[in-house]
Write a protein that binds this ligand. Structure first.
Ligand SMILES: Nc1ncnc2c1ncn2[C@@H]1O[C@H](COP(=O)(O)OP(=O)(O)OP(=O)(O)O)[C@@H](O)[C@H]1O
Length: 520
């Protein structure tokens, strides 16, 4: 398969073939968008595995809804990216909790509607679409005890390499509640539209009016992301605006709360910083640092593929971030080039924590982007941080080769390929990188690098990273391979143009619905 023939690069995901208990349903219009976006039925994981397992678990039909990630975007652009959120079992999209949670009661099973996204006015080449999904699966915290043999020969073979797909369920831990951590530590008395926040310079009373909205730079499932200027600090920032009606309609309340709660807890050089969040009667707002370089996805598509050195740089920054997140028991679950922004200094910022989750043990929500989903998610075995190491393997492969290792026009086909474990290797691939990828793309998560007893250290000690001083990585001492073309901090040239007049104010929600966001 070449880049040219990889359908993902030429066309958005299309309707699914066949049917299983999993399905994607079309959405209705969104009050946030005026142009139709991609709405399609996508078959989810093989019915014999995922859907069936989920049904067994929850005694309900599995429903997978994909919010499309990126229909047509452009090279230089952060186009209409869409994420998929598929939900399985009784709890569509919404609940990451294990079976019996309040949320499931609050959110009876129903078909998920495809969110709509505004089409960007693309500046450059059209690239493909890719969707993220969520549903309920299983996961196990498998810290298998097997040692890693990093020094194994990375064979330089080409052609096909069939990785062993053992699919042996390594589940060895009892299910526990892995509900999202809700934070009760803060009163929400002043959380609507204004609130006081302790900053480095003292307590600041934030207010929405402090932010001057300049331009839309991206769209998400529930709204948009705008470049803003903080009138007080005069700093540029990104405001993510989520229409509550859409969040409710798509049953993403818990995911959105998760996103905010997790982002509030974390601080890392390669993770987006949340400055403040608030809500009014219509929208939820999250204010982030503005990352003006655009998405890694754009640079990768423009370049076709990255050199081993370039890929190594980005992979190292991601390893550093994943190690940090996992140390806080946070599993990210949506690693892909679309969610990696390049800052003005050339370093990465991981964004979009919509699927991130604080784990106590394992979780059952099927979520992610089909090409990046780990086998245990497809198989509803329950998953944990091991899925991020799998996704890292996919990402390194995609950076080096230009397309992901498991690809099909339909998610169903992608899942089949993931489960088959067959990977096509390029003839001239860096053998050491290939060795790392093979050790990350191991179906048996107890043997997957990063998920064994030494955790992230096993990845960091792999030969591909041998030359690195990890403190230097963390401290941004490595020289970035790409410096984005930006002229000032508020430059939007690396993002698509979105017709601003198309945005319609989101409808206000009633008091009862507003209460669903009490702790936002
Ligand atoms: N801090 C930021 N600085 C610059 N651009 C950003 C920032 N955060 C997000 N964006 C851009 O806005 C777009 C949408 O943001 P994000 O992915 O967080 O929204 P979302 O609703 O979670 O999207 P999706 O539905 O695709 O998951 C992204 O494609 C990203 O390029």
């Amino acid at each position: 398969m070449s880049t040219a023939t990889c359908a993902r690069f030429c066309s958005p995901l299309t309707g699914g073939k066949g049917s299983s208990t999993s399905k994607l349903t079309s959405g209705t219009g969104s009050n946030m968008t005026s142009s139709p976006l991609h709405k399609k039925q996508i078959p989810a994981a093989p019915a014999t595995t995922t859907a069936a397992a989920a049904a067994t678990n929850d005694n309900t039909e599995a429903t997978f809804t994909f919010k499309l990630s990126r229909a047509t975007t452009s090279s230089n652009v952060n186009g209409g990216s869409h994420s998929v959120a598929s939900s399985e079992s009784s709890d569509p999209l919404e609940s990451d909790y294990s079976e019996e949670t309040e949320e499931e009661e609050q959110q009876p099973q129903q078909q998920q509607q495809q969110p709509q996204k505004k089409q960007p006015q693309s500046k450059h080449v059209s690239v493909s679409s890719r969707s993220s999904s969520s549903a309920t699966t299983t996961s196990v915290d498998n810290d298998g005890d097997e040692d890693v043999d990093d020094e194994e020969d990375g064979d330089e073979g080409d052609g096909h390499d069939t990785d062993d797909v053992t699919n042996n369920d390594d589940s060895d831990e009892s299910e526990q509640d892995d509900g999202n951590e809700t934070d009760d530590e803060e009163t929400d008395d002043d959380s609507e539209e204004s609130s006081s926040v302790q900053t480095a310079k003292g307590v600041r009373k934030y207010h929405l009016d402090d932010y001057q909205i300049i331009k839309t730079v991206g769209t998400g499932t529930f709204g948009r992301v705008c470049l803003c200027r903080d009138r007080i600090s005069e700093k540029y920032c990104a405001m993510k605006i989520l229409a509550m009606t859409e969040v409710i309609r798509l049953k993403q309340i818990e995911h959105v709360k998760n996103e905010r709660n997790i982002l509030r807890e974390i601080r890392h050089p390669f993770v987006i910083s949340l400055e403040w969040s608030t809500k009014d009667e219509s929208n939820l707002y999250m204010i982030f640092d503005y990352v003006c370089g655009g998405e890694l996805f754009t640079y990768l598509r423009n370049a076709g593929k990255f050199t081993s050195q370039t890929s190594n740089f980005y992979a190292a920054e991601i390893v550093s971030a994943l190690e940090y997140l996992h140390s806080l028991q946070i599993v990210y679950r949506d690693l892909k080039p679309e969610n990696l922004l390049i800052n003005r200094d050339g370093h990465l910022k991981i964004t979009d924590f919509g699927f991130a989750k604080k784990l106590r043990d394992r979780t059952w929500t099927l979520c992610g982007t089909p090409e990046y989903i780990a086998p245990e998610i497809i198989q509803s075995k329950g998953h944990n941080k091991a899925v991020d190491w799998w996704a890292l393997g996919v990402l390194i492969y995609e950076m080096l080769v230009g397309y992901p290792p498991f690809y099909d026009e339909q998610p169903f086909g992608i899942y089949e390929k993931i489960l088959s474990g067959k990977i096509e290797w390029e003839r001239h691939m860096d053998p050491i990188a290939k060795d790392l990828i093979k050790k990350l793309l191991v179906n048996d998560r107890t043997k997957r690098l990063g998920n064994m007893k030494n955790g992230a250290d096993d990845v960091k000690r792999h030969r591909w990273f041998k030359h690195l001083n990890w403190n230097d990585v963390y401290n941004k001492k490595l020289k970035p391979p790409i410096m984005p073309d930006v002229h000032h901090d508020g430059d939007t040239k690396n993002f698509d143009d979105y017709p601003e007049k198309d945005w319609k104010p989101a409808k206000a929600v009633d008091q009862r619905d507003l209460q669903l966001f009490n702790d936002f």
